[in-house]
Design a protein around this ligand. Structure first.
Ligand code: GLA
Length: 381
């Protein structure tokens, strides 16, 4: 914290994320201060299907990441380079880099630098800015803190640069996912970013990753409740078995001679060796469960949705081998507390468990009720 510019960013910290903090701008002038929010997500059914051109049924949630972005002058005492100062308020850490040359980094800095680089590569002209980042999504808990960070960073910087109209939401999801794939090292798909960007209140999203279409499905729980319970075991997709699962699915495609597992014929799965057979079977069965879940929701048949959660969990545990003893114990706790169905959430190898509670069943100790909420947005400019 030696540079005067860092102090400038640090001094604003006490004011960070208080309402009505925007600087007034003259009409037509680019904003000098914006704030963007991007939610995390809960996937109801359809895990590890996104990078297999499959289907998922997901929703954006209330919790997420907020990025408060303030335009700053390019470095005057240096070479005049446009630059980014960033603060992770929850971690009390900062970063600073020249926009012309963001170097790879670890942890949250990899997202910030990668986003600056990808926005530039896409011609979206990010400007010198101080970015203050805060959120209420626990990292590594399966609620998609990574995508929320990417999307909030992107929306704040686009709004500050005035280039938000130059990119559509689906393209923006793809840009965010490149940050995660190329700068963070997690070969994740588009589930989290599309859910965060397209979320709608009281609505689940049926996402088809082959066509990249997102269809709203009314989520009327009629007294039932969706809750998540953190197993306490953190995961990191760049170092867990996540990338290996993706590689296994790609290998299964090669052996079956199909371009994605969406195209795979169930009757040929027996040709695949173990464990690839299980991986492919999971993808096909979870795709089918997504459409069964849509039918159940449209019919108001919540017990059927609960059964699908249980089936999906068995498939994620046995065919995808994504569970851990701690996650299993958490699923058990959820079911013992009266959940009608429960399953591991997100990429696996730790994280949270999703449960569906019938009317009147109390929320288990330590669990949080999840509500389908609106997608990412610029809050102030
Ligand atoms: C993580 C990834 C997503 C998706 C899920 C599993 O959340 O970021 O792309 O693959 O795991 O469904």
């Amino acid at each position: 914290m030696s540079s005067p510019k860092r102090h400038e960013c640090a001094r604003t910290r006490a004011r960070a994320l208080t309402p009505h903090d925007s600087t007034p701008t003259s009409p037509g002038a680019p904003p000098t201060h914006v704030r963007a929010f991007a939610p995390g997500r809960v996937c109801l059914i359809g895990e590890h299907t996104d990078y297999n051109d499959g289907l998922a049924l997901a929703m954006a949630i209330e919790q997420g990441v907020t990025v408060d972005a303030q335009r700053i002058e390019p470095e005057r005492d240096g070479d005049g380079d446009a630059r980014v100062l960033a603060q992770a308020l929850d971690l009390d850490e900062h970063d600073e880099f020249a926009l012309s040359d963001p170097q790879p980094a670890q942890g949250w800095r990899a997202f910030v630098r990668g986003m600056a680089a990808e926005l530039q590569r896409s011609g979206l002209r990010p400007v010198s800015a101080c970015l203050r980042i805060a959120g209420d999504l626990p990292h590594g808990s399966g609620l998609s803190s990574s995508a929320a960070l990417e999307v909030a960073l992107a929306m704040a910087q686009l709004a500050l640069a005035g280039t938000g109209e130059e990119i559509g939401r689906t393209q923006l999801a793809e840009l965010c996912s490149r940050v995660e794939n190329e700068w963070v090292g997690a070969q994740t798909g588009l589930l989290d970013q599309l859910s965060s960007l397209y979320g709608q209140r009281d609505t689940a999203l049926r996402i088809d990753f082959q066509t990249l279409t997102v269809d709203p499905v009314p989520l009327d729980l009629d007294g039932w409740r969706l809750v998540t319970l953190d197993s306490g075991e953190q995961h990191e997709h760049s170092s867990s078995g996540y990338n290996q699962r993706r590689a296994e699915c790609a290998r299964a495609c090669e052996l079956l001679g199909v371009s994605s597992l969406r195209e795979a014929d169930e009757s040929r799965l027996a040709e695949l060796p173990i464990p690839l057979r299980g991986r492919a079977r999971h993808v096909l069965s979870d795709n089918a469960r997504v459409d069964r879940a849509v039918v159940a929701l449209r019919a108001g048949d919540l017990p059927a949705l609960a059964e699908l959660l249980d089936e999906s969990h068995s498939s994620l545990r046995d065919d995808m081998e994504l569970s851990t003893p701690t996650v299993e114990a958490t699923v058990r706790r959820m079911l013992d507390a009266g959940a009608a169905g429960a399953r591991l959430l997100g990429g696996g190898f730790g994280g949270s468990v999703l449960g569906l509670l019938g009317p009147g069943v109390p929320v288990p100790d330590g669990a949080c009720e999840m509500h389908p909420c609106a997608g990412a947005r610029v809050l102030e400019r």
